[in-house]
Ligand binder design. Structure first.
Ligand SMILES: Cc1cc2nc3c(=O)[nH]c(=O)nc-3n(C[C@H](O)[C@H](O)[C@H](O)COP(=O)(O)O)c2cc1C
Length: 191
């Protein structure tokens, strides 16, 4: 089973970095598997720790893929790292094993601290749709445009029926990103 999370890491200059990652759990360890090249991977190998943020603010997912990474953070408790203010819960991770690979290494972490901050309020279809659309945006270079359009058309139903303000904002950032990508491909000048 894969859970979609926001992983915060520390850049070489000490500043925070965040990116969405689907993580797996096995034998009590958390597995993060970044495709190379990845800033998160470099940071994880250097600092050997991370924070796993579990948030229902899908703007953080969409924002990470559309150049909006300035979300409120506070210091982690046990590891050197950063916790998203909007996290419903977070887990602090220490690297214990690296399964190296030229394409997609697997990094295994022990959970050294865990904290709940706010209750889970139930499933929301628009949030799920934004996560799916974020995955599409992270693969714009690889996917045929017709597939993206067909999936967006379906995902839009859940957004239109169930979104709140945060979900609409995230959704619109993603649509804008797709439009900019296509305009750049057509050779149009984006101001
Ligand atoms: C929901 C979601 C899950 C993702 N999971 C992964 C993942 O498991 N591995 C990966 O390499 N990229 C994943 N991505 C894409 C990365 O977030 C994206 O490429 C990001 O820029 C990571 O690169 P960085 O570490 O250089 O910032 C995911 C994106 C989304 C929206």
């Amino acid at each position: 089973m894969i859970f979609e999370t926001i992983v915060t890491t520390i850049n070489a200059d000490g500043s925070p970095h965040m990116a969405p990652f689907g993580i797996r759990e096995s034998n009590g360890l958390v597995c993060i598997a970044p495709f190379r090249p990845s800033t998160s991977l470099d940071n994880l190998l250097r600092s050997r720790c991370a924070v796993l943020n579990l948030t229902d603010d899908v703007r953080v997912f969409a924002g990470s893929l559309t150049g909006r990474r300035d979300w409120p953070l506070r210091r982690a408790q046990v590891v050197m790292g950063w916790v998203l203010e909007s996290a419903l819960a977070h887990r602090e991770l220490q690297l214990v094993e690296v399964r190296d690979d030229v394409i997609r290494p697997e990094l295994l972490f022990q959970v050294v601290h865990e904290q709940m901050h706010a209750p889970f309020r139930g499933f929301n279809r628009a949030q799920a749709a934004v996560i799916e659309a974020s995955v599409l945006v992270s693969r714009l270079q690889m996917l045929p445009p017709e597939k993206i359009d067909a999936e967006l058309k379906y995902l839009a139903i859940a957004v239109e029926k169930t979104a709140g303000e945060r979900e609409w904002q995230a959704w619109n950032w993603l649509l804008e990103q797709i439009e900019n990508f296509r305009a750049a491909q057509r050779g149009e000048n984006q101001a």
